[in-house]
Design a binder for this molecule. Structure first.
Ligand SMILES: Cc1cc2nc3c(=O)[nH]c(=O)nc-3n(C[C@H](O)[C@H](O)[C@H](O)COP(=O)(O)OP(=O)(O)OC[C@H]3O[C@@H](n4cnc5c(N)ncnc54)[C@H](O)[C@@H]3O)c2cc1C
Length: 412
C-alpha cells in the first residue's frame, strides 16, 4: 500500500511512506523498533490528521481478536483493533455488556479509547473510562502493561496514539441488560433551556438532534434500561414520533436501531445505527465541543449567536452528555460535560468558517474539542505538562510524535 490511503470521510489522505498490517504482536514490535517515525491507524474514523505520519503507519486490525472474558474480575480483554460491534455481540452472547457505546459500532476499541470517544448519559463516562488495563508496544519495541491504579495509567488511556501501539485492551463489563428507545419530536426550545438537566437525565442515555432553526428541537432520543420508569406520554412538550426516525428527518430510518419502545439487547439500542449497515463514506465531516454540563444553556445561546455561519455547513447537530473522569487528556477530564456535535456537509470552506465562529463563541466557556473531529484550537489541559513528561519518558526518541500531537498537546 502507499500514501494514498484515506480516512473514512475521505477528507484526509495519509502521508505515510509505508502501511503495515501485522498479524502478531512480535511483528508489531519489530516494525516499531525499526521505524524512525511511526503511528497507528484504527478504523480511520477520525476527521483530522491525528493518526498521520510521514513514516510507518501500522494497522492493528490484522491481530487476532482473542476475546477473553474474566468473570471473576468482571472484565474482558481483547485486541485493540477489534470493533465495538464485534465485541458487543460476543459479550452479549456470554451474558455481559459494556456500560455504553458510541453512535456507531464500526469503530475500533483502541482508536475510540485513544480519542475519548463517548456515547451519552449524565451518569456515564466516555468509553475510555471502562478501560481497566492496556498493553502497548512502546518506541523501543518493548511490550508495556499498565493497569488502573498505576501512576502512569490515567495518562496512557486517552493518549492520541502518542505513547505506543495499543495491542490489547481490558475493559470493565457488567451483566447484560436490555434497553428500549423512544423518539420524541418538536421539543420547544424554551423548554430545553428551562428544563435542560431533567431532559438530559430523562433516560439512561439521551440524545437531542437539532438544526438550531426555529423554536423547537427536532428530536429527543431517550434510551431506557429495563427497570427504569416507563416512558412519559410527552416530554416537556415534545410528542412521541409517529414511526421510526433518522436523526436527519429527510433520511430513511431503515439503518437506525429499533425505536418505538420495544426492549432489546443493550448493543442493539445504544448505538443509533445498526452494525450490519456499513455507512457510506465521504458525505460528511464532524466537529464536537464539550463544555461543563452546568453551562449547557449558555453554550446553546453561543451557538444561536453564530447560527447564520453554522447553518450553511450543517446537516444536523446532536447534543449529548458525558460524566467527568480523571484521564489526563480526556475532553471530560474533571468535568461533567455537555457535548455539542455538528455533522457538516463535506465542504471545507463552509466548515472552517463555522468552526472558527463556534470556537470564538465557546472559548469563554472553556470548550474542549473532540480529538478525532474537525477543529482549529484545543486549550491546554490541567495535566498537559504531565502528559508531555510521560510521552518523553515512554517515547524518548519521539517516534510516535506527529504534527497534530505536537501542535495541540505537546507545544508549550
Ligand atoms: C460516522 C461516525 C460516527 C462517530 N460517532 C462518534 C460518537 O458517537 N462518539 C464519539 O465520541 N465519536 C464518534 N466518532 C469519532 C470516532 O469515534 C473517533 O474519531 C475515533 O477515534 C475513531 O476510532 P478509529 O479506530 O477509527 O481511530 P482512528 O481515527 O483510526 O485513530 C484515532 C487515533 O487513535 C489512535 N489509535 C488507533 N488505534 C490505536 C492503537 N491500537 N494504539 C494506539 N493508538 C491508536 C490513532 O493513532 C489516532 O491518534 C464518529 C466518527 C464517525 C466517522
Amino acid at each position: 500500500m502507499t500514501g494514498r490511503l484515506r480516512n473514512w470521510a475521505g477528507n484526509i489522505e495519509f502521508g505515510a511512506a509505508r502501511v503495515h498490517r501485522p498479524e502478531t504482536v512480535e511483528q508489531v514490535r519489530r516494525i516499531v523498533a525499526g521505524a524512525e517515525r511511526v503511528r497507528v491507524l484504527g478504523t480511520g474514523h477520525s476527521f483530522n490528521p491525528i493518526a498521520d505520519t510521514p513514516g510507518d503507519l501500522i494497522s492493528v486490525a490484522g491481530l487476532p481478536a482473542d476475546i477473553r472474558i474474566d468473570a471473576e474480575r468482571g472484565t474482558v480483554s481483547v485486541a485493540g483493533g477489534v470493533r465495538y460491534g464485534e465485541l458487543a455481540e460476543r459479550l452479549d452472547a456470554a451474558g455481559y455488556a459494556l456500560h455504553n457505546l458510541g453512535s456507531l459500532p464500526h469503530i475500533s476499541i483502541a482508536g475510540a479509547v485513544a480519542t475519548g470517544t463517548h456515547g451519552s448519559g449524565v451518569g456515564l463516562g466516555n468509553l475510555a473510562t471502562a478501560v481497566a488495563a492496556i498493553e502497548l508496544v512502546t518506541a523501543d519495541g518493548e511490550l508495556v502493561s499498565l493497569r488502573r491504579g498505576d501512576a502512569d495509567f490515567p495518562g496512557s488511556v486517552v493518549a492520541l496514539g502518542a505513547l505506543g501501539v495499543v495491542v490489547r485492551v481490558t475493559l470493565d463489563v457488567v451483566p447484560a441488560y436490555r434497553v428500549s428507545q423512544h423518539v420524541f419530536e418538536h421539543l420547544p426550545r424554551a423548554q430545553l433551556d428551562a428544563h435542560w438537566e431533567e431532559i438530559a437525565a430523562a433516560g439512561y442515555s439521551v440524545s437531542l438532534f437539532t438544526g438550531w432553526a426555529g423554536d423547537t428541537v427536532d428530536q429527543v432520543w431517550v434510551k431506557r434500561r429495563d427497570g427504569d420508569a416507563s416512558a412519559p406520554a410527552e416530554l416537556f412538550g415534545a410528542k412521541p414520533a409517529g414511526g421510526p426516525r433518522h436523526p436527519i428527518a429527510a433520511m430513511s430510518p431503515v439503518h437506525c436501531t429499533e425505536q418505538g419502545g420495544a426492549p432489546g439487547p443493550w448493543h442493539t439500542r445504544l448505538p443509533h445505527f445498526k452494525l450490519e449497515f456499513t455507512p457510506s463514506s465521504g458525505e460528511e465531516l464532524q466537529t464536537e465541543y464539550f463544555v461543563a454540563r452546568a453551562d449547557a444553556v449558555a453554550a446553546f445561546a453561543a451557538v444561536d449567536r453564530v447560527r447564520h455561519l453554522v447553518a450553511p455547513a450543517l446537516q444536523i447537530s446532536e447534543i449529548r452528555t458525558v460524566a467527568a473522569d480523571e484521564l489526563w487528556l480526556s475532553p471530560h477530564y474533571g468535568c461533567d460535560s455537555v457535548a455539542l456535535h455538528f455533522t457538516w456537509v463535506p465542504n471545507n470552506d463552509l466548515v472552517l468558517r463555522a468552526v472558527e465562529a463556534l470556537e470564538e463563541q465557546l472559548a469563554p466557556l472553556g470548550a474542549r474539542p473532540h480529538w478525532g473531529k474537525v477543529f482549529r484550537h484545543a486549550p491546554r489541559y490541567p495535566r498537559s505538562a504531565d502528559f508531555a513528561a510521560l510521552a518523553a519518558r515512554l517515547d524518548p526518541r519521539g517516534a510516535f510524535r506527529n504534527a497534530f500531537v505536537q501542535r495541540h498537546v505537546l507545544a508549550e
